[in-house]
Design a protein around this ligand. Structure first.
Ligand code: SF4
Length: 366
Protein backbone atom coordinates (compact mmCIF):
# COMPACT_ATOMS: atom_id res chain seq x y z
CA UNK A 1 0.00 0.00 0.00
CA UNK A 2 1.18 3.63 -0.44
CA UNK A 3 2.65 5.43 2.56
CA UNK A 4 -0.02 7.00 4.80
CA UNK A 5 1.60 10.43 5.00
CA UNK A 6 4.93 12.09 4.21
CA UNK A 7 5.96 14.85 6.58
CA UNK A 8 9.11 16.90 6.81
CA UNK A 9 10.66 20.33 7.31
CA UNK A 10 9.13 23.15 5.25
CA UNK A 11 12.50 24.14 3.83
CA UNK A 12 14.95 21.59 2.49
CA UNK A 13 18.14 21.14 4.50
CA UNK A 14 21.45 21.27 2.71
CA UNK A 15 23.62 18.17 3.02
CA UNK A 16 27.27 18.29 3.97
CA UNK A 17 27.26 20.21 7.29
CA UNK A 18 30.46 18.98 8.99
CA UNK A 19 29.61 16.99 12.13
CA UNK A 20 31.44 18.13 15.26
CA UNK A 21 34.85 16.59 15.95
CA UNK A 22 36.45 16.25 19.34
CA UNK A 23 39.78 17.59 20.55
CA UNK A 24 42.92 15.51 20.73
CA UNK A 25 42.21 13.03 23.56
CA UNK A 26 43.11 10.10 21.28
CA UNK A 27 46.37 11.79 20.27
CA UNK A 28 47.30 12.32 23.95
CA UNK A 29 46.48 8.69 24.72
CA UNK A 30 48.23 7.03 21.76
CA UNK A 31 50.77 9.66 20.63
CA UNK A 32 51.66 10.60 17.04
CA UNK A 33 53.84 8.55 14.71
CA UNK A 34 56.28 9.96 12.13
CA UNK A 35 55.33 9.90 8.47
CA UNK A 36 56.80 6.71 6.93
CA UNK A 37 58.66 6.78 3.58
CA UNK A 38 56.15 6.60 0.73
CA UNK A 39 58.30 5.95 -2.32
CA UNK A 40 57.59 3.19 -4.82
CA UNK A 41 60.45 0.70 -5.04
CA UNK A 42 61.09 -3.01 -5.60
CA UNK A 43 60.52 -3.86 -1.94
CA UNK A 44 57.13 -2.13 -1.86
CA UNK A 45 56.18 -3.80 -5.13
CA UNK A 46 57.09 -7.24 -3.73
CA UNK A 47 55.34 -6.69 -0.38
CA UNK A 48 52.10 -5.54 -1.97
CA UNK A 49 51.93 -7.82 -5.03
CA UNK A 50 49.38 -10.14 -3.37
CA UNK A 51 47.11 -7.15 -2.68
CA UNK A 52 47.36 -5.74 -6.18
CA UNK A 53 46.36 -9.18 -7.50
CA UNK A 54 42.94 -8.65 -5.85
CA UNK A 55 42.18 -5.47 -7.81
CA UNK A 56 44.23 -5.78 -10.97
CA UNK A 57 41.18 -6.02 -13.21
CA UNK A 58 39.69 -2.75 -11.92
CA UNK A 59 42.77 -0.64 -10.99
CA UNK A 60 45.25 0.05 -13.87
CA UNK A 61 48.85 -0.97 -13.13
CA UNK A 62 50.00 2.64 -13.66
CA UNK A 63 47.98 3.68 -10.57
CA UNK A 64 49.37 1.03 -8.23
CA UNK A 65 52.75 2.76 -7.60
CA UNK A 66 50.80 5.62 -6.03
CA UNK A 67 48.54 3.41 -3.88
CA UNK A 68 51.00 0.69 -2.83
CA UNK A 69 53.25 2.73 -0.46
CA UNK A 70 50.13 3.93 1.39
CA UNK A 71 48.67 0.43 1.51
CA UNK A 72 51.87 -0.97 2.99
CA UNK A 73 52.24 1.87 5.52
CA UNK A 74 48.57 1.64 6.63
CA UNK A 75 48.70 -2.12 7.09
CA UNK A 76 51.89 -1.82 9.20
CA UNK A 77 50.42 0.99 11.31
CA UNK A 78 47.20 -0.94 11.94
CA UNK A 79 49.26 -3.63 13.70
CA UNK A 80 51.24 -1.08 15.67
CA UNK A 81 48.08 0.73 16.82
CA UNK A 82 46.01 -2.45 17.31
CA UNK A 83 43.50 -0.90 14.92
CA UNK A 84 40.92 -2.25 12.50
CA UNK A 85 39.43 -0.58 9.45
CA UNK A 86 35.72 -0.99 8.69
CA UNK A 87 35.07 -0.13 5.04
CA UNK A 88 31.67 0.40 3.48
CA UNK A 89 30.77 -1.20 0.14
CA UNK A 90 31.00 2.29 -1.45
CA UNK A 91 34.71 2.70 -0.72
CA UNK A 92 37.15 2.53 -3.63
CA UNK A 93 38.80 -0.84 -4.43
CA UNK A 94 42.26 0.04 -3.06
CA UNK A 95 40.60 0.73 0.33
CA UNK A 96 37.96 -2.00 0.19
CA UNK A 97 40.24 -4.82 -0.97
CA UNK A 98 43.69 -3.76 0.30
CA UNK A 99 43.47 -2.15 3.76
CA UNK A 100 40.00 -2.99 5.16
CA UNK A 101 39.60 -5.65 7.86
CA UNK A 102 35.81 -5.79 7.54
CA UNK A 103 33.70 -4.76 4.56
CA UNK A 104 29.97 -4.59 4.17
CA UNK A 105 26.80 -2.55 4.48
CA UNK A 106 25.55 -0.63 7.52
CA UNK A 107 23.99 -3.70 9.15
CA UNK A 108 27.14 -5.77 8.70
CA UNK A 109 29.22 -2.90 10.11
CA UNK A 110 26.91 -2.53 13.13
CA UNK A 111 27.10 -6.27 13.82
CA UNK A 112 30.87 -6.32 13.32
CA UNK A 113 31.31 -3.30 15.60
CA UNK A 114 29.86 -5.34 18.51
CA UNK A 115 32.67 -7.92 18.09
CA UNK A 116 35.72 -5.71 17.56
CA UNK A 117 38.65 -6.62 19.83
CA UNK A 118 41.01 -3.86 18.67
CA UNK A 119 41.73 -0.64 20.61
CA UNK A 120 41.08 1.60 17.63
CA UNK A 121 38.37 1.48 14.95
CA UNK A 122 38.89 3.51 11.77
CA UNK A 123 35.64 4.00 9.89
CA UNK A 124 36.18 4.17 6.14
CA UNK A 125 32.68 5.38 5.50
CA UNK A 126 30.61 8.35 6.57
CA UNK A 127 30.13 10.03 9.93
CA UNK A 128 26.90 8.32 11.03
CA UNK A 129 28.64 4.95 10.59
CA UNK A 130 31.53 6.07 12.78
CA UNK A 131 29.02 7.30 15.37
CA UNK A 132 27.27 3.91 15.33
CA UNK A 133 30.63 2.19 15.91
CA UNK A 134 31.28 4.55 18.84
CA UNK A 135 27.77 4.01 20.28
CA UNK A 136 28.44 0.26 20.29
CA UNK A 137 32.04 0.65 21.56
CA UNK A 138 32.01 3.50 24.08
CA UNK A 139 35.40 2.50 25.51
CA UNK A 140 37.23 2.24 22.21
CA UNK A 141 38.75 5.00 20.11
CA UNK A 142 36.80 5.53 16.88
CA UNK A 143 38.36 7.62 14.11
CA UNK A 144 36.99 8.95 10.85
CA UNK A 145 39.65 10.01 8.32
CA UNK A 146 37.63 13.04 7.14
CA UNK A 147 35.12 14.51 9.54
CA UNK A 148 33.29 16.21 6.64
CA UNK A 149 32.14 12.82 5.32
CA UNK A 150 28.44 13.41 5.98
CA UNK A 151 25.23 12.10 4.43
CA UNK A 152 22.18 13.85 2.97
CA UNK A 153 19.88 11.46 4.85
CA UNK A 154 21.56 12.07 8.21
CA UNK A 155 21.26 15.82 7.58
CA UNK A 156 17.55 15.55 6.76
CA UNK A 157 16.25 15.11 10.30
CA UNK A 158 17.09 16.15 13.87
CA UNK A 159 16.22 14.81 17.31
CA UNK A 160 13.82 17.76 17.70
CA UNK A 161 12.02 16.68 14.50
CA UNK A 162 11.49 13.20 15.97
CA UNK A 163 10.12 14.64 19.23
CA UNK A 164 7.65 16.76 17.19
CA UNK A 165 6.61 13.70 15.19
CA UNK A 166 5.88 11.83 18.41
CA UNK A 167 3.66 14.75 19.54
CA UNK A 168 1.84 14.75 16.23
CA UNK A 169 1.36 10.96 16.15
CA UNK A 170 1.15 9.96 19.82
CA UNK A 171 1.79 6.31 20.60
CA UNK A 172 3.11 5.47 17.12
CA UNK A 173 6.58 3.84 17.35
CA UNK A 174 9.50 5.40 15.50
CA UNK A 175 11.63 3.20 13.23
CA UNK A 176 14.81 5.03 12.23
CA UNK A 177 17.13 4.20 9.38
CA UNK A 178 20.73 3.94 10.64
CA UNK A 179 21.67 6.76 8.25
CA UNK A 180 20.98 9.29 11.02
CA UNK A 181 22.83 11.06 13.82
CA UNK A 182 23.19 9.57 17.31
CA UNK A 183 20.78 12.24 18.55
CA UNK A 184 18.05 11.00 16.18
CA UNK A 185 18.70 7.36 17.07
CA UNK A 186 18.39 8.30 20.75
CA UNK A 187 14.83 9.54 20.11
CA UNK A 188 13.84 6.33 18.29
CA UNK A 189 12.33 3.00 19.33
CA UNK A 190 14.46 0.92 17.00
CA UNK A 191 16.83 1.42 14.09
CA UNK A 192 16.84 -0.44 10.78
CA UNK A 193 19.03 -0.74 7.70
CA UNK A 194 18.03 -1.28 4.10
CA UNK A 195 18.80 -4.99 4.68
CA UNK A 196 16.23 -5.46 7.43
CA UNK A 197 13.78 -2.50 7.22
CA UNK A 198 10.73 -4.66 6.39
CA UNK A 199 11.58 -7.19 9.09
CA UNK A 200 12.05 -4.43 11.71
CA UNK A 201 8.74 -2.73 10.81
CA UNK A 202 6.85 -6.03 11.04
CA UNK A 203 8.65 -7.08 14.25
CA UNK A 204 6.90 -4.37 16.25
CA UNK A 205 3.47 -6.02 15.92
CA UNK A 206 1.65 -2.69 15.39
CA UNK A 207 -0.53 -1.47 12.53
CA UNK A 208 1.21 1.90 12.10
CA UNK A 209 4.82 3.17 12.37
CA UNK A 210 6.69 6.41 11.82
CA UNK A 211 9.59 5.61 9.46
CA UNK A 212 12.38 8.19 9.13
CA UNK A 213 14.17 9.75 7.32
CA UNK A 214 14.23 8.16 3.82
CA UNK A 215 10.95 8.66 1.99
CA UNK A 216 11.93 6.23 -0.76
CA UNK A 217 12.93 3.40 1.54
CA UNK A 218 9.66 4.09 3.38
CA UNK A 219 7.71 3.77 0.14
CA UNK A 220 9.49 0.55 -0.72
CA UNK A 221 8.75 -0.96 2.70
CA UNK A 222 5.12 0.24 2.47
CA UNK A 223 4.79 -1.62 -0.83
CA UNK A 224 5.81 -4.87 0.91
CA UNK A 225 3.73 -4.74 4.11
CA UNK A 226 0.26 -4.14 5.52
CA UNK A 227 1.71 -1.93 8.28
CA UNK A 228 0.77 1.72 7.62
CA UNK A 229 3.84 3.93 7.23
CA UNK A 230 4.18 7.61 8.08
CA UNK A 231 7.29 8.76 6.22
CA UNK A 232 9.69 11.70 6.40
CA UNK A 233 10.80 13.85 3.45
CA UNK A 234 14.48 12.87 3.49
CA UNK A 235 16.33 11.29 0.59
CA UNK A 236 19.75 10.07 -0.48
CA UNK A 237 21.25 12.57 -2.93
CA UNK A 238 23.00 9.71 -4.76
CA UNK A 239 20.06 7.32 -5.28
CA UNK A 240 17.33 9.90 -5.92
CA UNK A 241 19.17 11.02 -9.09
CA UNK A 242 18.43 7.76 -10.94
CA UNK A 243 15.32 7.68 -13.12
CA UNK A 244 13.11 4.91 -14.46
CA UNK A 245 13.45 6.40 -17.96
CA UNK A 246 17.25 5.97 -18.07
CA UNK A 247 16.87 2.33 -17.00
CA UNK A 248 14.15 1.70 -19.61
CA UNK A 249 16.48 3.07 -22.26
CA UNK A 250 19.27 0.72 -21.16
CA UNK A 251 16.89 -2.23 -21.23
CA UNK A 252 15.56 -1.33 -24.67
CA UNK A 253 19.18 -1.32 -25.96
CA UNK A 254 19.91 -4.69 -24.31
CA UNK A 255 16.85 -6.71 -23.19
CA UNK A 256 19.12 -9.30 -21.54
CA UNK A 257 20.70 -6.85 -19.07
CA UNK A 258 19.86 -7.38 -15.39
CA UNK A 259 19.03 -4.24 -13.41
CA UNK A 260 19.53 -4.34 -9.64
CA UNK A 261 18.44 -1.33 -7.59
CA UNK A 262 18.93 -0.09 -4.04
CA UNK A 263 15.69 0.68 -2.14
CA UNK A 264 16.80 4.29 -1.54
CA UNK A 265 15.90 4.82 -5.24
CA UNK A 266 12.58 6.40 -6.31
CA UNK A 267 9.63 4.05 -7.03
CA UNK A 268 9.87 4.32 -10.85
CA UNK A 269 13.49 3.10 -10.64
CA UNK A 270 12.50 0.17 -8.48
CA UNK A 271 9.63 -0.63 -10.85
CA UNK A 272 12.11 -0.74 -13.77
CA UNK A 273 14.46 -3.14 -11.93
CA UNK A 274 14.72 -6.92 -11.77
CA UNK A 275 15.74 -7.05 -8.12
CA UNK A 276 15.78 -4.58 -5.22
CA UNK A 277 17.95 -4.94 -2.12
CA UNK A 278 20.54 -3.45 0.18
CA UNK A 279 24.14 -3.29 -0.99
CA UNK A 280 24.85 -6.61 0.75
CA UNK A 281 21.80 -8.22 -0.90
CA UNK A 282 22.79 -6.76 -4.29
CA UNK A 283 26.27 -8.28 -4.00
CA UNK A 284 24.81 -11.65 -2.93
CA UNK A 285 22.41 -11.56 -5.88
CA UNK A 286 25.24 -10.97 -8.40
CA UNK A 287 27.43 -13.66 -6.80
CA UNK A 288 24.61 -16.16 -6.96
CA UNK A 289 23.13 -15.35 -10.37
CA UNK A 290 26.32 -14.43 -12.29
CA UNK A 291 24.50 -12.38 -14.97
CA UNK A 292 26.37 -11.69 -18.21
CA UNK A 293 25.65 -7.95 -17.96
CA UNK A 294 24.30 -6.10 -14.94
CA UNK A 295 23.56 -2.56 -13.85
CA UNK A 296 23.99 -1.90 -10.13
CA UNK A 297 21.77 1.13 -9.55
CA UNK A 298 23.77 2.56 -6.67
CA UNK A 299 27.12 4.20 -5.84
CA UNK A 300 29.82 3.62 -8.49
CA UNK A 301 32.53 2.00 -6.35
CA UNK A 302 30.34 -0.94 -5.46
CA UNK A 303 30.39 -2.23 -9.04
CA UNK A 304 34.21 -1.88 -9.07
CA UNK A 305 34.50 -3.84 -5.81
CA UNK A 306 32.31 -6.68 -7.05
CA UNK A 307 33.94 -6.61 -10.51
CA UNK A 308 37.34 -7.16 -8.85
CA UNK A 309 35.94 -10.40 -7.44
CA UNK A 310 33.83 -11.47 -10.45
CA UNK A 311 35.72 -10.65 -13.68
CA UNK A 312 33.27 -12.73 -15.75
CA UNK A 313 30.39 -10.31 -15.04
CA UNK A 314 30.15 -7.11 -17.07
CA UNK A 315 29.04 -4.10 -15.01
CA UNK A 316 27.54 -1.25 -16.98
CA UNK A 317 26.59 2.32 -16.10
CA UNK A 318 24.74 4.33 -14.89
CA UNK A 319 26.03 4.79 -11.39
CA UNK A 320 26.38 7.89 -9.22
CA UNK A 321 29.28 8.88 -6.96
CA UNK A 322 28.68 9.72 -3.30
CA UNK A 323 30.76 12.84 -2.62
CA UNK A 324 30.79 12.07 1.11
CA UNK A 325 32.12 8.51 0.76
CA UNK A 326 34.72 9.79 -1.70
CA UNK A 327 36.22 12.07 0.95
CA UNK A 328 37.86 8.96 2.42
CA UNK A 329 41.18 8.23 0.70
CA UNK A 330 44.34 6.25 1.46
CA UNK A 331 46.37 9.40 2.38
CA UNK A 332 43.63 10.45 4.82
CA UNK A 333 43.44 6.97 6.36
CA UNK A 334 47.21 7.04 6.88
CA UNK A 335 47.02 10.52 8.42
CA UNK A 336 44.19 9.32 10.67
CA UNK A 337 46.30 6.45 12.03
CA UNK A 338 49.46 8.55 12.37
CA UNK A 339 47.82 11.44 14.18
CA UNK A 340 44.76 9.73 15.72
CA UNK A 341 42.23 11.93 14.01
CA UNK A 342 39.42 12.71 13.75
CA UNK A 343 38.20 11.16 16.96
CA UNK A 344 34.44 10.57 17.09
CA UNK A 345 32.79 11.50 20.36
CA UNK A 346 29.15 10.92 21.31
CA UNK A 347 27.61 12.38 24.45
CA UNK A 348 27.35 9.39 26.85
CA UNK A 349 23.68 10.09 27.72
CA UNK A 350 22.74 10.24 24.02
CA UNK A 351 24.91 7.21 23.26
CA UNK A 352 23.15 5.13 25.91
CA UNK A 353 19.69 5.89 24.49
CA UNK A 354 20.88 5.43 20.91
CA UNK A 355 22.52 2.11 21.84
CA UNK A 356 19.17 0.75 23.01
CA UNK A 357 17.62 1.47 19.59
CA UNK A 358 20.59 0.01 17.68
CA UNK A 359 20.91 -3.10 19.87
CA UNK A 360 17.19 -3.74 19.63
CA UNK A 361 17.73 -4.07 15.88
CA UNK A 362 20.92 -6.11 16.11
CA UNK A 363 19.44 -8.64 18.54
CA UNK A 364 15.98 -8.76 16.93
CA UNK A 365 14.79 -12.34 16.47
CA UNK A 366 14.65 -13.24 12.80
S1 SF4 B 1 25.17 7.15 -0.73
FE1 SF4 B 1 23.46 8.39 0.02
S2 SF4 B 1 22.86 7.40 1.94
FE2 SF4 B 1 24.93 6.66 1.45
S3 SF4 B 1 26.31 8.09 2.48
FE3 SF4 B 1 26.06 8.88 0.41
S4 SF4 B 1 24.37 10.38 0.62
FE4 SF4 B 1 24.31 9.07 2.45
Amino acid sequence: MPVLDIVGPLTARQPGRPPAASGSAALRKFGARPMPPLEWNAEVERDTAHLYARIQNVVPSVEWPFFAPYVRAINALKKERNAVILAHNYQTPEIYHCVADFVGDSLQHAREATKVKADVIVQAGVHFMAETAKILNPDKTVLIPDVRAGCSLAEAITGEDVRLLRERFPGVPVVTYVNTSAEVKAESDITCTSSNALQVVESLGVDKVIFVPDQYLAKYVASQTKVKIIAWKGSCEVHERFTGDELSLIRSNDPSVQIIAHPECPPDVIAASDFTGSTAHMIDWVRKNRPKRVVLVTECSMADNVAAELPDVEFTRPCNLCPHMKRITLPKILDSLLNMKEEVVVDPAIAEKARRAVERMIYMKS
